[in-house]
Design a protein around this ligand. Structure first.
Ligand SMILES: Cc1cc2nc3c(=O)[nH]c(=O)nc-3n(C[C@H](O)[C@H](O)[C@H](O)COP(=O)(O)OP(=O)(O)OC[C@H]3O[C@@H](n4cnc5c(N)ncnc54)[C@H](O)[C@@H]3O)c2cc1C
Length: 806
C-alpha cells in the first residue's frame, strides 16, 4: 500500500468503484480505494441489480440515463461482463392520478431525449403476458430499463480504474481520519497510515460511521428490503423471450425475470429501519432473517397481479439492508464545514445512479464544479438542523412512498414540525396550512373556515386556489403581511468585506443605505446564487437569498474567504427574521409605526435603513418579491411577536391580511420574476436567463465567473428564458413540461402557475433565441394535452414599475 495519495476512496461497493473509475477517466490516477473486506461487501452484493431512468428530478433522470449507457463502455474497456439484460420496463397506472403522473413524466422525457412511451392495457399484456391487466389504465414503457449482475458490474468499474493506474487495497478497514494542518488527511488503516489530499466517503452501509470519523453527521439510514426468487415456471420458461420489468406501484412491487423464474421485490408499508444506532463493523456477507409476514399483504396483491406467482415455488428470499437519505436521493459533494472531505453515499439505487454519482463527484473534484445542477443530490441540501431522529422518520416515510405518486404541491408529514419561528402559533390560529422548507415550517396559505386544513395533493388546481386568489387580492388592493423567515440571511463584515463581495458577486455592490440584486456565479459562469446585498455600513452587509441554500451558500462563502481574516461571514437565517408588508397601503402602514420619515422621497425603492418600528430595532428594505410597493422588516427573532402585534394593530383599518407562499409565488408570476431553483440554478448562465441585467460585466473586479459570463454575453445565448400566457383550464404548468413549436419540442418550462390577480395562467421557459419574440405562439404539453401559449414581454402587473418604485 502506498504512503501518499491524491485521493483515498473509502469503500469498495458499486459507488466507491464508480468514483474511482471516473476520477481516472478525468485524469487523476494517483488515487486509491480502501476496502474493509472484499469488493461488494456492503449493500452491493445482495442487490437485485435492476436499473431504470425514472426520477422526478430531470437532472437525476439524465444521470440515471448516463449510468445505464455506461455499462457497455465498461464491458468494452475491461472485457468483463456486467451481465446486462436490456429488457425494458413498464410502470403501471391503476388510477387517473398515477396516469397523470406518468404522462407528466413522459412529457419531460421528450426534451431529455428519452424514448419512453405511454402504452395501454393491451400493449402491456403483449409485452408482459404474465401480468393481469385488470384495473390497469395504462403504463409508461421505458426501453432503457433492465438489470445486471451487481458483482460483475462493480468488478468492471474496479478493473477499469486499475487499468488506468488506481490502486485498490482490500481487507483493510479504515479506523481513523485525522486532518493535518495543510488540510490533507491522515488515513489510519489496519495495514498502516496513508496521507491523502482528499477523502471520499463511499462507505455505503457504514457511511455514517466514516462521517463520524471526521466529526460530521451524514443524514442517512439503512432500511431492510426483501425480494424473492421463484423456481423455474413454464409461463416464463416457454416464453421464448425475456420478460420486461413490471413496476406495480399499487402493489408496491417490482418484478423481473430471473433465469426461467421470477424475481419480485417489495417496498412495503410495514417496513423496518435497520441498525438504528450504527452499522455493526462485523456485518459482512450475511443476509438478514427473512420476514414474509411483513410483506404478506403485498404478496397477496402480487398473486392477483401476477397469478403465475401463486403456482411458482419460492427458491430464495433475500433480506438485506441499504441506505437512504431523508428524500431518497444520494448525498454527494464536498461536505460543508470540512476541507477535502467528499461524500458519495446514501445511494439507494446504485445500479441506476452509481455511474452518475461517480461522474458528478469526479467532475466536482477535478474541475471544481459539476457540469450540471446536482442540488437534488448535493449533500449540502440538508443543514446542521438535521438529526438522526429526523432522518429516521423521513427515511421510513420515503421507503413507504417509494411507489407513491409525487405531487408537485405535496407536503409530506413525517418529522414535522421540525423548526418553527415564534410566529408559528399566530399563523396556526389563523388557519394556516403549512409546508416545510429546509426543516422550517412555512405558511403556504390560510384556509377559509369551510375548507380543510390541508391542501389536496394534485397535478391540477388544488383546494388552495380560491384562498390564494383572495390573498393576492388583499396584497394588490390593500396591504398583505407575510413572514420573511424563509430567506437565507448572512452578515458579511470586516475591512475587506466590500472588495470580497465585489469579487464573489457578479453584480453591483451598493453604497451604504442601498441594496442591490446580484447573481453569484461559478467559475464556469453558472448561476449559483440569486442574492440581495444590502450595505448597512462600508464594513457591514446583509446578504439574503434562498432559505434552502444555506449550507450550500455558506460552503461556497467559506471556501472563498480570505485567509487574512479581513472578512467574516455568519449565517443568521433563523436569528434575524420578521415580516414583509406589501401592497398600495404598505407605506401608510409603515408610516404609522416607524420612527422616521418613510415617504416616497425619504425611503426610496432599494433603500435599506436601520430604524425603530414601535419598540423593535429593525432593518427595513424597500423591496418585495410581490413586485408591489412593499418593505421587508427584519428584527431579532425574540422581537418577532412584538413586531407582529405592532403591525397587526396599526394595519387593522387598512385591510391588512396575511398571505402565504402560494400567493407570493402567484404574485411574482405577474411581474415575470424568476425564482431560485427554477429560473435561476447552476444549469443556466446570466444572459440566457435575463440575469445579465444584474451582472456588472464592466466592473473593475475580476469577479468569479466573469470571463465565462462575458463570453456568453458576447456570443449571444442560444436560448432565452421567456414568459408565456397559457390557454388552460383546470391545470397549470409546474415545471419541465415540453414546449412545442411547428410540431417539434423546442424548449421546456422552468416554472409557472396561475397569476390570480391578472387571472392568467403563466409559464416560464426556455426557447431558442431566434424565435423568442413577443407574440410567439407555441404549445405547452400539460398532463399529455397540448395547450396554446403566447410569449409576452411586458409584465402583466404594473408594467412601468410605478407601484414598485414610486
Ligand atoms: C435487497 C436489496 C436489493 C436491492 N436492489 C437494487 C436494485 O435492484 N437496483 C439498484 O440499483 N439498487 C438496489 N439495491 C441498492 C444497492 O445495493 C445500493 O444502492 C448500492 O449497493 C450502494 O452501494 P455503495 O457502494 O454506496 O454501498 P455499499 O455496497 O454498502 O458499499 C460500501 C463499502 O464500503 C466499505 N467500507 C465501509 N466502511 C469502511 C471502512 N471504514 N474502511 C474500508 N471500507 C469500508 C464496505 O465494506 C462496503 O464494501 C438493493 C439493495 C438491497 C439491500
Amino acid at each position: 500500500m502506498k504512503s501518499h495519495t491524491k485521493v483515498a476512496v473509502i469503500g469498495g461497493g458499486v459507488v466507491g468503484c464508480s468514483v474511482l473509475y471516473h476520477l481516472t477517466k478525468l485524469g487523476w490516477t494517483d488515487i486509491m480505494l480502501i476496502e474493509r473486506s472484499e469488493l461488494t461487501s456492503g449493500s452491493t452484493w445482495h442487490a437485485a441489480g435492476g436499473f431504470h431512468t425514472l426520477n422526478a428530478d430531470t437532472n437525476m433522470a439524465a444521470l440515471q440515463g448516463y449510468t445505464i449507457r455506461l455499462y457497455k463502455e465498461l464491458e468494452e474497456i475491461t472485457g468483463l461482463s456486467c451481465g446486462l439484460h436490456h429488457v425494458g420496463g413498464v410502470t403501471l397506472a391503476t388510477t387517473p392520478e398515477r396516469m397523470d403522473y406518468l404522462k407528466a413524466e413522459r412529457a419531460k422525457h421528450r426534451y431529455m431525449g428519452l424514448d419512453t412511451e405511454i402504452v395501454g392495457p393491451e400493449e402491456i399484456k403483449k409485452l408482459s403476458p404474465i401480468t393481469n391487466e385488470e384495473g390497469v389504465i395504462g403504463a409508461l414503457y421505458d426501453p432503457l430499463d433492465g438489470h445486471l449482475d451487481p458483482s460483475g458490474t462493480t468488478h468492471a468499474y474496479a478493473k477499469a480504474a486499475r487499468m488506468a493506474g488506481a490502486e485498490i487495497v482490500l481487507r483493510n478497514p479504515v479506523k481513523e481520519l485525522n486532518q493535518r494542518p495543510d488540510n490533507s488527511w491522515e488515513v489510519v488503516t489496519e495495514q498502516g497510515t496513508v496521507i491523502a489530499e482528499h477523502i471520499v466517503n463511499a462507505g455505503g452501509l457504514w457511511a455514517r460511521e466514516v462521517g463520524y470519523m471526521a466529526g460530521v453527521y451524514l443524514p442517512l439510514h439503512p432500511m431492510e428490503h426483501q425480494y424473492l426468487i421463484t423456481e423455474e415456471t413454464p409461463e416464463v420458461a416457454d416464453l421464448g423471450y425475456e420478460l420486461p420489468h413490471v413496476m406495480d406501484p399499487e402493489g408496491e412491487s417490482y418484478l423481473r425475470q430471473e433465469g426461467k423464474g421470477i424475481c419480485i421485490g417489495f417496498y412495503e408499508q410495514d417496513c423496518d429501519p435497520w441498525a438504528e444506532r450504527g452499522t455493526p463493523w462485523d456485518f459482512g456477507h450475511e443476509l438478514l432473517n427473512d420476514n414474509l409476514d411483513r410483506i404478506g399483504d403485498a404478496l397477496e396483491f402480487a398473486f392477483k397481479r401476477f397469478p403465475v406467482l401463486e403456482r411458482a415455488g419460492i427458491k430464495k428470499v433475500i433480506n438485506g439492508p441499504f441506505t437512504f437519505a431523508p428524500d431518497g436521493n444520494p448525498l454527494v459533494g464536498p461536505v460543508p464545514g470540512l476541507k477535502n472531505y467528499w461524500s458519495a453515499c446514501g445511494v439507494m439505487a446504485g445500479f441506476s445512479q452509481g455511474g452518475g454519482v461517480g461522474l458528478t463527484l469526479a467532475e466536482w473534484m477535478v474541475s471544481g464544479e459539476p457540469q450540471r445542477d446536482v442540488f437534488a443530490m448535493d449533500v449540502a441540501r440538508f443543514g446542521d438542523w438535521i438529526t438522526p431522529g429526523y432522518t429516521r422518520a423521513k427515511v421510513k416515510e420515503n421507503y413507504q412512498r417509494r411507489f407513491s405518486v409525487s405531487y408537485p404541491n405535496e407536503e409530506l408529514p413525517a418529522a414535522r414540525p421540525q423548526q418553527t419561528t415564534p410566529a408559528y402559533g399566530i399563523w396556526k390560529e389563523q388557519r394556516a396550512v403549512f409546508g416545510a422548507q429546509y426543516g422550517m415550517e412555512v405558511v403556504n396559505y390560510f384556509a377559509p373556515d369551510n375548507e380543510p386544513l390541508e391542501e389536496t395533493p394534485t397535478f391540477r388546481r388544488s383546494n388552495a386556489f380560491a384562498a390564494a386568489a383572495a390573498e393576492c387580492k388583499a396584497v394588490r388592493e390593500a396591504v398583505g403581511i407575510n413572514e420573511i423567515h424563509n430567506f437565507g440571511k448572512y452578515t458579511v463584515k470586516g475591512k475587506g468585506a466590500r472588495n470580497w463581495l465585489d469579487w464573489i458577486m457578479a453584480g453591483r455592490i451598493p453604497k451604504p443605505g442601498r441594496l442591490s440584486l446580484t447573481p453569484m456565479l461559478s467559475p464556469a459562469g453558472k448561476i449559483i446564487g440569486d442574492l440581495t446585498v444590502s450595505c448597512l455600513t462600508e464594513e457591514e452587509y446583509m446578504v439574503t437569498g434562498s432559505f434552502g441554500m444555506q449550507a450550500y451558500t455558506m460552503r461556497w462563502f467559506e471556501q472563498h474567504l480570505p485567509e487574512d481574516g479581513s472578512v467574516t461571514v455568519e449565517n443568521i437565517s433563523t436569528r434575524r427574521i420578521g415580516f414583509q408588508i406589501a401592497g398600495p397601503k404598505s407605506r401608510e402602514l409603515l408610516s404609522r409605526v416607524a420612527f422616521e420619515d418613510v415617504s416616497a422621497d425619504a425611503f426610496k425603492f432599494l433603500d435599506v435603513k436601520q430604524m425603530d418600528v414601535g419598540t423593535c430595532h429593525a432593518i427595513i428594505q424597500r423591496v418585495t418579491y410581490t413586485g408591489d410597493l412593499g418593505y421587508e422588516i427584519y428584527v431579532p427573532a425574540e422581537e418577532q411577536i412584538t413586531l407582529y402585534h405592532i403591525l397587526a394593530k396599526a394595519g387593522q383599518d387598512l385591510g391588512l391580511k396575511p398571505f402565504g407562499m402560494r400567493a407570493m409565488m402567484s404574485l411574482r408570476l405577474e411581474k415575470s420574476f424568476g425564482s431560485w431553483g427554477r429560473e435561476f440554478r447552476p444549469d443556466y448562465m446570466p444572459a440566457e436567463t435575463g440575469m445579465d441585467r444584474f451582472t456588472l460585466y464592466k466592473k473593475e473586479a475580476d469577479f468569479i465567473g466573469k470571463a465565462a459570463a462575458l463570453k456568453e454575453k458576447q456570443d449571444g445565448p442560444k436560448r432565452k428564458l421567456c414568459s408565456f400566457i397559457v390557454d388552460s383550464d383546470d391545470a397549470d404548468v409546474w415545471a419541465d413540461e415540453p414546449i412545442w413549436h411547428s410540431g417539434e419540442v423546442v424548449g421546456f418550462v422552468t416554472s409557472g402557475g396561475y397569476a390570480h390577480y391578472s387571472q392568467k395562467s403563466v409559464a416560464y421557459g426556455f426557447v431558442p433565441t431566434e424565435i423568442a419574440n413577443d407574440g410567439l405562439e407555441v404549445e405547452i404539453e400539460i398532463l399529455g394535452q397540448k395547450r396554446k401559449a403566447t410569449l409576452f414581454t411586458q409584465t402583466l402587473f404594473d408594467p412601468n414599475n410605478e407601484r414598485l418604485t414610486n
